[in-house]
Design a protein. Structure first.
Length: 406
């Protein structure tokens, strides 16, 4: 009997249904070509505005149950109001299944316009902590009873509130834990070692937020030093050698570690990282960072390689195996239904899902076909405004290449 894998699909709002329809053409072609004995059942489940309009619930129980049963899902963009209404469905899903690592590969495809001179130098994988920091969603409106309690508590603890406009200040809590930080760093290091990457950079704002961002940095280094000492060389070790033996000895130790294939663990202040990721992105490989930093960094790097329309994402828990894979862009309602949306982010997210399931040949076929199609300048209007093809036609171009590949 042919084995069947059921994958829940959250089509999304706006352009979601049409980029899913295009992506499915590509997925089915890759599976038929490389896993002919594997049957996949794509199970559409409701979420987002369309779900609310039909069921009265933005994230129905049937959807949660389907993901819990099958452990993975693929999703399109979902509506989230700004400043009011329900909290993000994405955040709810991440918290429900403890998807603590948001993994965002960022690389340039030949043929894609970029605002920077050398987009080919960008080849990073971002590991963004996914359950803590500001995405914990702990905040209170300025005029609430809870906000007044916070004012009183801070004043009691510090002797003063130390905010310029106390009566009109809202408050949010930024929780960052040792356990959460360490498990993210483990995931980043394991990924880097398994794929022979060169370095992991801890990105933080620890010079200002010493007990949250600074603690994150320290806990990440602890993981590297205490659990991977035979496979990594840390910047802390470099600094220690430099103090005791001098800069030349430290450089020699770093060179020797690199020659031995050890993973280099270093850290970078987040604002300096933004500058250096523009000036010398080749210095960064795998990045481990806190939630808000990772949000900014992922989108900024995506812009360097052609935009968020080409940006895939995976939200995973390496211990449980749960994973939700998503197009990271918005719903783009202004272009919905016009067959002009770029489905690349969902297609690449599907490739990440296939890798997660161990279907590596199918994943590679999808990525290769996408690369070849973009190089040939067969692309949607956001990439090729002079001679664009439609969403469906773009998917069909990938299918032709997957089918024809040797």
């Amino acid at each position: 009997m042919t084995p069947t894998t059921t994958i829940p699909i959250l089509e999304g709002d706006g352009i979601g249904p049409e980029i899913w329809a295009a992506s499915r053409l590509v997925f089915d072609a890759a599976l038929q070509r490389h896993l002919p004995n594997q049957r996949v059942e794509w199970r559409t489940v409701p979420a987002g505005q369309r779900a609310f309009d039909t069921t009265g619930d933005y994230l129905p129980t049937v959807t949660i149950d389907a993901i819990r049963q099958h452990k993975v899902a693929l999703k399109g963009p979902l509506t989230t109001p700004v400043g009011e209404g329900f909290r993000s469905i994405n955040v709810t899903l991440r918290k429900t299944f403890d998807l603590y690592a948001c993994v965002r590969p960022v690389t340039w495809f030949d043929g894609v316009p970029s605002p920077v001179r050398h987009p080919e130098r960008v080849d990073m994988v971002i590991f963004r902590e996914n359950t803590e920091d500001i995405y914990a969603g702990i905040e209170w409106a300025y005029d609430s009873t809870e906000a007044q309690t916070i004012r009183d508590t801070i004043t009691t603890l510090n002797g003063s509130l130390n905010v310029p406009f106390p009566s009109t200040t809202g408050f949010g809590i930024k929780p960052i834990s040792k356990d959460g930080s360490k498990r993210l760093m483990r995931a980043a290091i394991d990924f880097a070692i398994a794929r022979s990457r060169r370095s992991v950079t801890i990105v933080h704002k620890g010079n200002i937020m010493k007990f949250t961002e600074g603690a994150f940095r320290n806990w990440c280094y602890e993981v590297a030093i205490e659990e991977y000492s035979d496979r990594v060389f840390t910047w802390k070790t470099y600094e220690q050698i430099s103090r005791l033996e001098g800069a030349t000895a430290a450089r020699s130790a770093l060179d020797a570690a690199t020659a031995d294939g050890k993973l280099i663990i270093k850290d970078h202040i987040c604002d300096a990282f933004f500058q250096d990721s523009l000036l010398c992105p080749e210095n960064f490989d795998v990045v481990a960072t806190t939630n808000l930093n990772g949000d900014y960094i992922s989108d900024a790097l995506a812009a360097q390689v052609g935009g968020i329309g080409l940006s895939p994402g995976a939200n995973i828990n390496t211990a449980t195996g749960y994973g939700i894979f998503e197009a990271t862009h918005g719903t783009a309602p202004s272009i919905a239904g016009r067959n002009i949306a770029n489905p690349s982010a969902m297609i690449l997210s599907g490739a990440l899902l296939f890798d997660h399931l161990g279907w590596h040949h199918a994943s590679t076929a999808i990525t290769s076909a996408l690369s070849d199609t973009l190089r040939a300048r067969e692309s949607t209007v956001d990439i090729n405004p002079d001679n664009p093809i439609g969403t469906t036609e773009f998917a069909q171009a990938l299918v032709r290449r997957i089918t024809a590949a040797s």
